[in-house]
Design a protein around this ligand. Structure first.
Ligand SMILES: *Cc1c(COP(=O)(O)O)cnc(C)c1O
Length: 367
């Protein structure tokens, strides 16, 4: 299915007529590096704590609406007050609620693409106008002057750091300037922050700017994409807005229990993140070596758990990886500014070994 039926086009809200049902074309493969998931096993101690926590959940009871137990666990970890935390059904729900609460008809979101496609999707659904300030399409750097100009007239801004799918971070000075000039609310999406250098995070800028929201998720570094849990840190006034528009029971009891158990055992994940960062460097070097050996591949540095590469005929390379090697990566060929780009999540050592060999084979025989 690629578009709504003609009958539905006459029945849905006019702003939704051009919508297409979301279909990520999911195929099951041996190695899946397409969604920036963490492919490492859950650490053993954490796994035991999770099983124990799950066994205690009362499934006949509604979950705590605001997930106050989990909020408290997060607040202690992030060293802030619980009133500064809101939990969501994945970071995605919090992004949607951000657009729902602060966007809408006649209001503007500043976006710096190429970035996470959900920003534009949620803007469309909520009738929010998107003002795009495009990144430099060779370096993917943000045009800071143009962005600051646009921010001075925006109701919402989203900056992604590290950015998906380009892997780069925004500077803290730039985020501060945006918060200063923007009359509206600024969100920094730090879904991949655990993979970047600690001193690059914008968390501590919250003290200086009361119009700033930082978005985090347990889906990436903590390998919990399946439970759907994200959270924001912001001023209590902003949290009150999210508390007003959210689905009351959006974060279910099983998710609340697992998330709290994992956060309590977070020290076990330091090794996992270190390994992913080490493997990211190894993949980057391997791709750069291929280029030095004359193979046609370009790769951008990344502060995240994925790499963006450019290869000739990327859609065909994607297909060969899937069909000949059962390795799935993400093809961004049809996204504006990302012609012939593939996004590859950093997997485990053995997954990455297989990926390197497969890419080498394909690029040597792809003509
Ligand atoms: C993965 C991701 C999120 C949130 O993902 P959830 O699984 O919904 O928590 C948010 N922003 C970006 C840029 C992401 O890549």
């Amino acid at each position: 299915m690629t578009s709504l039926s003609s009958q539905m086009k006459t029945l849905v809200a006019p702003s939704l007529v051009d919508f297409e049902p979301y279909d990520p074309k999911f195929t099951s493969t041996r190695i899946n590096l397409s969604a920036n998931e963490n492919t490492h096993e859950m650490p053993a101690g954490t796994k035991m704590a999770v099983c124990e926590a799950l066994s205690k959940v009362q499934l006949n009871r509604y979950p705590d609406p605001m997930a106050n137990g989990l909020r408290k666990t997060i607040a202690e970890w992030r060293q802030c007050d619980s009133a500064c935390i809101c939990v969501g059904n994945g970071g995605d729900e919090l992004l949607f609620n951000f657009l729902l609460a602060f966007g809408g008809q006649g209001r503007k979101l500043l976006n710096c693409p190429p970035s996470f496609s959900e920003y534009e999707l949620f803007s469309k659904i909520t009738n929010t106008e998107v003002v795009n300030v495009w990144r430099n399409l060779e370096t993917f750097c943000i045009d800071e002057e143009a962005a600051l100009n646009a921010a001075s007239d925006a109701n919402l801004v989203i900056l992604t750091s590290p950015n998906n799918p380009t892997g780069d971070v925004v500077s803290r000075e730039f985020v501060s300037s945006v918060c200063e000039v923007c009359p509206g609310i600024v969100m920094v999406d730090e879904a991949y922050d655990e993979f970047s250098r600690k001193e690059l995070s914008c968390d501590d800028l919250l003290e200086k700017h009361d119009n700033l929201i930082i978005l985090h998720t347990l889906s990436k570094a903590f390998g919990l994409a399946g439970i759907r849990c994200g959270y924001i840190i912001a001023s209590p006034d902003i949290i009150d807005v999210f508390a007003s528009v959210r689905q009351i029971y959006s974060v279910n009891a099983l998710t609340q229990a697992v998330a709290a158990a994992v956060i309590a055992n977070r020290d076990e994940y330091q090794g996992v993140c270190e390994d992913i960062k080490f493997e990211r460097q190894r993949l980057l070097s391997a791709f750069n070596c291929m280029r030095d050996d004359g193979l046609p591949i370009e790769v951008w540095p990344s502060e995240s758990n994925f790499l963006l590469v450019r290869v000739p005929d990327a859609t065909f390379v994607h297909k060969r990886l899937r069909d000949e090697f059962s390795i799935l990566v993400r093809d961004f060929s049809s996204t504006t500014g990302l012609k012939n780009c593939l996004r590859i999540a950093v997997g485990t050592q053995s997954e990455n070994d297989e990926l390197i060999e497969a890419i080498k084979t394909i690029l040597s025989t792809n003509n």
